[in-house]
Design a protein around this ligand. Structure first.
Ligand code: FES
Length: 118
């Protein structure tokens, strides 16, 4: 049965600036997979699902950013997305967006709320 759940990602200070952290909500074969991006005191969260053909964006654990850390990049075909909006501005799916996930920082701790399955 699917629903929504809030999970704790951990302290903001535990993520590099800028940096990313993968997460999973739910168990089983089809958990909801996403990642948060920290940039300074802001945190953004997206489903780990490329707007091009739906591949996971990363090949390396927690590796979602371009070499210069200015954008989110998909390892499959190089789509690049704005960190703060999830909008694709370069690559095969320009104009499409990553699916944003609710994220909050309370007392220095990051929480995300999302579905418990895909
Ligand atoms: S699946 Fe991400 S760019 Fe093709």
């Amino acid at each position: 049965m699917s629903g929504a759940a809030e999970i704790v990602i951990g302290p903001l200070s535990a993520i590099e600036d800028p940096g990313c952290r993968e997460f999973q909500i739910g168990e089983g074969d089809w958990p909801f997979r996403g990642f948060v991006v920290r940039r300074a005191d802001k945190v953004y969260a997206y489903q780990n699902f490329c707007a091009h053909v739906g591949h996971p964006l990363n090949w390396m654990p927690d590796g979602f950013l371009t070499r210069d850390n200015t954008a989110i990049i998909c390892a499959s075909h190089g789509a690049q997305y704005e960190i703060d909006t999830g909008l694709c501005f370069r690559g095969p799916c320009v104009g499409k967006s990553l699916c944003a996930v609710d994220v909050a920082v309370r007392e220095g701790v990051i929480y995300v709320t999302g579905p418990t399955s895909m």
